[in-house]
Design a binder for this molecule. Sequence first.
Ligand SMILES: NC(=O)c1ccc[n+]([C@@H]2O[C@H](COP(=O)([O-])OP(=O)(O)OC[C@H]3O[C@@H](n4cnc5c(N)ncnc54)[C@H](O)[C@@H]3O)[C@@H](O)[C@H]2O)c1
Ligand SMILES: [Zn+2]
Length: 362
Amino acid sequence: VPTDRISVEIPGAHYDVYVRRGLLQQAAALLRSLSSSPRAAVITDSNVAALHLHTLVASLSAVSVEAIAITLPAGESHKELATLRPAYDALLAARIDRNTPVLTLGGGVVGDMGGFLAATLLRGLPLIPIPTTLLAMVDASFGGKTGVNHREGKNLIGAFHQPLAVLADPELLKTLPAAEIQNGLAECIKHEMIRDADGFADLEANVERALRLDLDYLTPLVAHNVGIKARIVAADPFERGERAHLNFGHTFGHAIEKASAYSLSHGQSVALGLVAASTAATTMGLLDRVSRGRVVDLIRRAGLPAGGLEPSTDEILDAMGIDKKTLNGKIRFVLPDRIGNVVVRDDVPTPVIRDAIDQLRG
Ligand SMILES: NC(=O)c1ccc[n+]([C@@H]2O[C@H](COP(=O)([O-])OP(=O)(O)OC[C@H]3O[C@@H](n4cnc5c(N)ncnc54)[C@H](O)[C@@H]3O)[C@@H](O)[C@H]2O)c1
Ligand SMILES: [Zn+2]
């Protein structure tokens, strides 16, 4: 069985992200080495519960760990405090204690919500994410950011809470709808663009293998992407500096996601955001046109949108919090200056931002 273990070294929290096929069946054995609690809370969503919850519960009961399973409604539109209320109630009613680990079995929505619950319940419970989407494996399941949305915007209520370990089993990707593999590829393209020109070229050569769920390709792709984010998070756990690079495509992306009323997924919104940031970078004279073209091509080949945007440019500028009357909203943008490198700029003129969004309508 191919094994990979990437360590995330943050002051006060060293943990491993395991990337291994078949890991879900062995989850309890790993849990046993991390926790002696006779019980574990398992937070999942309605889709994942039907597919994979039984495997985890069986694995836990084989080592006499009782699972307290809580199934949340699936989808970004439920990523709000109100959805978590019954979960707090149920876990407190079950008399969990400070040692009861919280296992989040699901994509980034379950991971962010269950992670926030783990960060806040009894002032903090041990957290073990078991990501089930490509996006959650390469991005959302580690790094410590947890939270829920507010009608004012994405992830506005949240906490930093680092996991005890992360268990990524690429076999789980086999049940994932094609659109969700595409969403995960958006974050992979982001990672390669900010740090790894060779990785970007590798994705250009192999993106079809990812789309057809070739696990011999996806497994090392997950490990490689975990490695990129792990190094950035270790260097800057609280986002005082270079961790901001991981927001590449997200200033535009989060605004697009919100302006679309979440009819566009996070991955689709990020893809559009990567294109908009690349367009702005080209206008600013940072990125050459050929490189921008490669970004657009790869996004399209990954099945992601590079155009066809519906919300108006004004709605998106509003969602970004940009005062449209000022020439420069002083918003910080992460812009590529070549494939494999980004810079942070707060001097992007509002007309350049407006034009980059307008071009997403093509
Ligand atoms: N905390 C972070 O650092 C971080 C980073 C990136 C993204 N995020 C957040 O992650 C969220 C997006 O995550 P996502 O794209 O995983 O969305 P998601 O959690 O909504 O999952 C997508 C869909 O796939 C289903 N699903 C999950 N695993 C499955 C499987 N193995 N088989 C079949 N169906 C499955 C889910 O039920 C859902 O319908 C956003 O809310 C975003 O803000 C957080
Ligand atoms: Zn993202």
